[in-house]
Write a protein that binds this ligand. Structure first.
Ligand code: MN
Length: 503
């Protein structure tokens, strides 16, 4: 996971010289008090750094250039305590290339009814100072997050924290290295996409490797290392009897331990944070990496099956954004339905690769034949997901643009026991209901794969989409399919005008 201890968000307050030295001193004091309050709130995962109030176009340009070139600055929060004529912001905003948030707050919560005079009015005028600033952002078509409310309110602090988490994800996204072992699954459309455009939009460096490159690492893993890792499995999981030392499938488990060590070393050597596999590209490997990929997801790596690099990268970014929060995140696939109209639901799973960070209980370590691919029976962790609100996130390539699609859902207990299911799973209710949620997802072109998370809410992805200037489609409790179809058509025109239409 990325190291948060040195990441900072800068807090920049705008004003002007009109008010005189005394007022400007007070603005400085008030702003640093807000910064202290946010830092002590426990809601913000990175350090917010107070910056002296900016009063001139030159000061604004200067601090934007500084923010751009400061490696640890992942974004800025802007606030106009007083009126800051917004033409002063044009030069700075033109060059600013870090994400920014507009915190529309006020230093004092309540009006001092019996004491209020024009001095008070002139000091506490963010109500109109922030409107002037908001205009220039809209006039310049700047994507930014606007958070409104009193800075000591929990809900406001949580929104500031969520934005900072998304900025952490955006920072992680820049230069994110994804290793692809083999190519995409043959003939599959939705896992494809424009990797050059992904690097331009999101910063991802996506590189393909032959499986032989991984095998070179597999061959170097020693038996002692494999045995030591197996001991860790014994501690963490309920190992099936036929997987224990001396039993029929023990060697199959050891093979996955070997893969895990090799994959981890490969990723560390190349600084990769996400990877894909493909069961069609396994020449020289006896099993599809199952347990190994589950374990690496749990360690914070992004993963996509069948060459799905878009979901691999998004899973990694979601894990980065959500570090320290409760609720896990996993690669996921809408697998099969329960279509009882009285109690419909989706059983999500994959052929092996579901992350144990979502497990509701100690996972079982088992070995079963895969059924496809013609390889040895792979070891995998089997469990059911914890319950609660969650969402599926996917990224697709529409040809002339990327599109994020988010579908909120509620994970519930499966309606029956699943004694024969040899893979990890999650059972959920799709919003707004299965028919409309699935229809909306399908009209939007959503994948069968997704990055599934119990840790985040849709606003994180909405903000991330705005940071990357990419389309965002939300399917939630309020979605009406007819309206969503219109939104998709309108978006088509918007992005055609904004990006052009590729043939
Ligand atoms: Mn799949």
């Amino acid at each position: 996971m990325s190291n948060l201890s040195n990441k900072t968000v800068w807090f920049i307050t705008g004003s002007q010289h009109l008010y005189g030295t005394e007022t400007l001193k007070q603005v400085d004091v008030d702003s640093s008090t807000i910064v202290d309050g946010l830092n002590k709130s426990g809601k913000v995962p990175v350090k917010i750094v107070f910056k002296p109030v900016v009063k001139t176009p030159d000061e604004i340009l200067e601090i934007c250039i500084e923010a751009n070139s400061d490696k640890n600055c992942i974004g800025i929060i802007t606030w106009m305590h007083t009126f800051s004529p917004a033409k002063m912001w044009i030069a700075g905003l033109k060059v600013l290339n870090k994400p920014f948030m507009h915190l529309h707050t006020q230093f004092n919560r309540d009006l001092p009814w019996d004491k209020i005079d024009m001095d008070y009015m002139n000091l506490h005028q963010s109500a109109h100072g922030d409107r002037e600033y908001g205009f220039i952002n809209s006039r310049m078509r700047k994507n930014r997050k606007v958070v409104v409310g009193y800075w000591q309110d929990k809900a406001v602090q949580e929104q500031v924290g969520a934005w900072c988490r998304t900025a952490i994800g955006w920072d992680d996204s820049q230069g994110l290295k994804v290793a692809r072992f083999g190519d995409n699954m043959r003939e599959v459309a939705v896992t494809e996409g424009d990797k050059v455009e992904a690097q331009i939009k999101f910063g991802w460096q996506i590189s393909a490797f032959g499986v032989g490159d991984l095998i070179a690492y597999v061959d170097k893993v020693t038996d002692n290392e494999v045995d030591a890792l197996y001991q860790e499995y014994e501690k963490l999981y309920q190992v099936a009897n036929n997987c224990k030392p001396g039993q029929k499938y023990h060697e199959n488990v050891r093979v996955q331990a070997r893969y895990e060590i090799a994959l981890k070393r490969f990723m560390e050597a190349g600084n990769f944070k996400a990877y894909t596999t493909n069961f069609e590209n396994l020449t020289g490997l006896s099993q599809l990496p199952g347990l190994a990929s589950q374990r690496l997801m749990a360690a914070g790596y992004g993963f996509g099956a069948e060459g799905d690099w878009k979901q691999a990268a998004m899973l990694r970014i979601i894990k980065t954004m959500s570090q320290g929060l409760s609720g896990g995140s996993s690669f996921m696939e809408d697998y099969t339905y329960h279509l009882d109209p009285a109690n419909e639901g989706v059983l999500g799973s994959h052929m092996l690769e579901i992350c144990p960070s979502i497990a509701s209980a100690k996972p079982r370590l088992e070995v079963h034949p895969l059924g496809i691919g013609g390889k040895d029976a792979p070891a995998r962790l089997v469990f059911e997901s914890t319950t609660g609100p969650a969402m599926n996130v996917t990224l697709i390539d529409m040809g002339n643009r990327f599109r994020f699609i988010v579908n909120t859902l509620d994970v519930i207990e499966p309606l029956g026991k699943l004694p024969l299911l040899p893979v990890a799973s999650a059972f959920w209710k799709t919003h707004p209901n299965l028919a409309d949620g699935a229809a909306a997802w399908i009209y939007a072109g959503g994948t069968h794969h997704s990055a599934f998370t119990l840790a985040l809410t849709p606003d994180f992805i909405e903000i991330f989409a705005e940071m990357s200037d990419v389309e965002f489609v939300l399917i939630d409790k309020n979605t009406q399919v007819t309206e969503l179809k219109k939104e998709l058509r309108w978006n088509e025109i918007y992005y055609m005008l904004a990006n052009g239409l590729k043939a």
